[in-house]
Design a protein around this ligand. Structure first.
Ligand SMILES: [Mg+2]
Length: 286
């Protein structure tokens, strides 16, 4: 688990540097979703970077496509494409654009127009059932994204077809581009909403890698039901002056801000090495 926690800190440093270098990106939401991605890509999902289109691979859809930097950093780290490409993120001619596309090895579907990812995931899960394939489909959504009606259409279909090979994940950081979700368009009681739509819901601390891995590994908890992991997170997690600030939705760190952020993250790495902070990023007891 310590190795995973170190990986999550390193990826935070990578993605901040990518955003700074490109002078473009989505800092807050990328930092809030890193631990979820680390749990999935390094422990849970059955994938093979040498065979990105292996038929039995688990599928991942980044429905909140704007939070792409951590995703690219992970795909590069796992060997889907050379790590040097990260340095060309958002440069003319690079396949690493500001939202994921299928030109990137390991990316299943173009995303970024919010509210589409779950429907695509439903299609993949239905295909898996029809072909008797063992793969699972994971779809990561933002909480602001849940204002899109298409999410709830897809949620109904998933329950109707009893898609227990489908895992929806909500990065519940309580902020969206224009402010707090509960002020922009109230979502609560979110768990009850998903349950009412026929989903099995699990609440988890979205920064607790052990709990995240344990939760994903338990799925399916109930047969013939789609599962929703409500991952409670902090937007901007890991860097004190970025956490919980809507301005950091797509604010790019200046040279000085990057320096301070990397300093904080390096300190966290050192603490981890010295076993001072064994709990890592845990933020709640859910
Ligand atoms: Mg959000």
């Amino acid at each position: 688990m310590k190795t995973l926690m170190k990986k999550a800190i390193q990826l935070r440093m990578d993605l901040l540097q990518m955003i700074h270098r490109a002078n473009s990106g989505h800092t807050g939401g990328s930092l809030s979703s890193v631990d979820i991605l680390v749990a999935l890509f390094y422990r849970v999902m059955r994938i093979d970077p040498t065979r990105p289109l292996w038929e039995e691979r688990d599928r991942f859809v980044l429905s909140k496509g704007h939070s792409v930097e951590g995703y690219y950093a992970i795909l590069a780290d796992l060997g889907f494409f050379p790590k040097e490409e990260l340095e060309r993120y958002c440069r003319l001619g690079s396949f690493l654009t500001g939202h994921p596309t299928r030109k990137v090895p390991g990316v299943e579907v173009n995303t970024g127009a919010l509210g589409h990812g779950l429907a695509v995931g439903v299609g993949m899960a239905i295909a898996g059932k029809m072909d008797s394939k063992p793969y699972k489909v994971y779809v990561l959504m933002g909480d602001g994204e849940l204002g899109e009606g298409s999410v709830w259409e897809a949620a109904q279909v998933a329950a109707h077809y009893g898609l227990d090979n489908l895992v929806g994940i909500v990065d519940r950081n309580r902020l969206q581009i224009s402010g707090y979700t509960e002020e922009v368009l109230r979502l609560e009681n979110l768990a009850e909403k998903w349950r009412a739509f026929g989903w099995e819901v699990v609440n988890v601390d979205g920064h607790d890698l052990e709990r995240l891995v344990g939760t994903f590994e338990k799925v399916p908890i109930l047969a013939k039901k789609p599962h929703l992991v409500l991952a409670h997170t902090v937007k901007g997690k890991g860097v004190s002056f970025i956490e919980n600030k809507k301005e950091w939705h797509h604010h790019v760190p200046s040279e000085e801000e990057l320096r301070r952020a990397l300093e904080e993250l390096n300190r966290q790495l050192e603490e981890l090495e010295n076993d001072v902070s064994k709990d890592g990023y845990k933020t709640c007891n859910c």
